[in-house]
Design a protein around this ligand. Sequence first.
Ligand code: FDA
Length: 309
Amino acid sequence: MDIGTRLFRSALLGLAGNRAARALSQKYGLKLGAGRFVAGETMEDALTHAKRLNAAGIKVTLDYLGESISSMEEAKESERAYMALLENIHREGIQGNVSLKPTQFGLALDQEQCGEGIRSVVKEAERYGLFVRLDMEDSPWTDATIALVRKLRAEGCCNVGTVIQAYLYRSELDVHQLSAEGINLRLVKGAYKEPRSVAFDSKRVVDANLRRLIAARLDSRAYTAIATHDEAIIRYTQSYARTRGIPRSVFEFQMLYGIRTPLQLALAKEGYTVRSYVPFGRSWYPYFVRRLAERPANLTFIMRSIFSR
Ligand code: FDA
């Protein structure tokens, strides 16, 4: 990553946590261009997009946006929203599951209550035969997120998994241990601002680490979601699986809503399981900023859409 791109990414990721910028963006709704990455502000919006994607052969994971809340009342609100979401997925026969962020359930405020809220969602999902993925946030929450998943599994919930980020030094060991425990993982490059003390900051090294993690997971046969828009890594996964005789039933590709849709469709057509991550809700601002930070060209796209009004 060149120095300009690194500074740009760091400055934007700094803005993701900025309350004033968040409040300002909220005022203008999805009109600033966030609609390209967010399925809408309501559950109905998200369900409509989910059905469209399903009709095109793509599964979904629905994410009710929200993170870093400031009261446990907000956590309760998220829990209620996820309960309703699960019921809707079930009732409408949507091919999908849900992803949630532990800080949205109060991980930074009260770990015990947070665990109870997430447990209720996982139990409800279990009743419907649905899966719950705990997204991975920034590194202060890695241990607690993994511990939550382990605890739920120890209680007999097999419908829960989490995410491992290739930019963290610790991830190789985490993948090794979690694979031995048979835990369902999504592998990603990593989207947060992290210090050099915990994460690689070279794109080349992160990409190489992701490939290593993919190989380790495929060899373990534990179910894995390869979540990337990087075609070279997708090709690497396909070829690794082919040469090692690893069945397609033990992995899937995941991409974000609104990004590389033609590639999502092409992979689904080739017979791979493809899942689109569909976020919705009013708290879209930090999610949107992370998408901008991933690709400088996105900012040009947004500026153009604002000034062409
Ligand atoms: P990379 O950034 O190298 O991009 C490869 C190519 O994809 C780019 O050249 C571009 O063409 C396209 N692309 C990538 N990002 C784009 C964007 N924002 N807009 C337009 N085009 C783009 N992270 C995390 O820390 N915790 C998590 O729980 C998750 N969860 C998650 C779920 C799913 C389904 C996905 C796909 C991703 C995540 N991530 C995540 C985000 C992940 O860590 C990473 O930041 C992004 O996926 C971007 O990295 P790529 O692997 O796509 O590669």
